[in-house]
Design a protein around this ligand. Structure first.
Ligand code: ATP
Length: 226
């Protein structure tokens, strides 16, 4: 089976996330996509986040109508522990944990947007991550094929003279290099961002453009992002 792992803060999950998962599913014939909310995202250690339980509940609503989508507790807080005391959730650990349940022919794909992929070289054990799984990267306007290659961890990155001719080429197709297998999904034209949603909710603006009705309703009922 082809299995996708889509990690994020999902505070809240929005149409951009779902569009990415759908496009990735089609692109790489995924049989299952796990949406994995991080209890303690390494790059947001100082930022206040909505409680894990709310972020998970919204993911459960967002994935309910798609058979292949499932919310995951792989990065859930340990029982009785608060986020502050928790270790950051490193994707490499989550990937290894998930792969323990894999059968011989299962293949893991990591789903990620280009803005997050631009920072991938700084991730914990980034090179190992490329050994453990294939990547599906969703493009954003203005990102070229050269940008994708230049974002790779140093040891996996092609030399600048190799990537230079691709500086203006839209990121599309596959990028296969020694130690790297990466599939590109073209820009999804989904401008939603969780930051914009939190701001809209805090000023009482409608959220229907950004999130499914069930999630807009949940945010309202629970009084999130006030
Ligand atoms: P925030 O605004 O709080 O930083 P976010 O909307 O970027 O949040 P995250 O949970 O941080 O959401 O993102 C999880 C993943 O989804 C990342 O890989 C990110 O690149 C991708 N992503 C986020 N928004 C979009 C979008 N509109 N279209 C495609 N991918 C997206």
């Amino acid at each position: 089976m082809n299995i996708g792992l889509f990690g994020g803060t999902f505070d809240p999950v929005h149409r951009g996330h779902v569009a990415l998962a759908r496009a990735a599913m089609e692109r790489c014939k995924l049989h299952r996509v796990y949406f994995v909310p991080a209890n303690s995202p390494p790059h947001k250690q100082k930022q206040p986040l909505t409680a894990f339980a709310h972020r998970f509940a919204m993911l459960a609503l967002a994935t309910a109508n798609e058979k292949a989508f499932a919310p995951s507790l792989l990065e859930a807080p340990e029982e009785g522990e608060s986020r502050k005391k928790d270790k950051p959730n490193y994707t490499i650990d989550t990937v290894r944990r998930l792969k323990q349940s894999f059968k011989g022919s299962d293949q893991l794909f990591l789903l990620i947007g280009m803005d997050a992929f631009a920072e991938i070289a700084k991730w914990h054990q980034a090179e190992s991550l490329f050994r453990e799984c294939e990547f599906i990267v969703a493009g954003r306007p203005g990102f070229s094929l050269a940008d994708v290659a230049n974002a790779l961890p140093e040891k996996l990155r092609p030399r600048p003279e190799v990537t230079k001719p691709f500086q203006k080429q839209v990121a599309t197709g596959d990028l296969v290099l020694p130690g790297v297998s990466l599939h590109l999904v073209e820009d999804l034209h989904q401008p939603a961002s969780a930051t914009a949603i939190r701001q809209a909710a805090s000023s009482g603006k409608p959220l229907g453009r950004f999130v499914e009705p069930a999630i807009a309703e949940y945010i309202k009922k629970m009084g999130l992002y006030k």
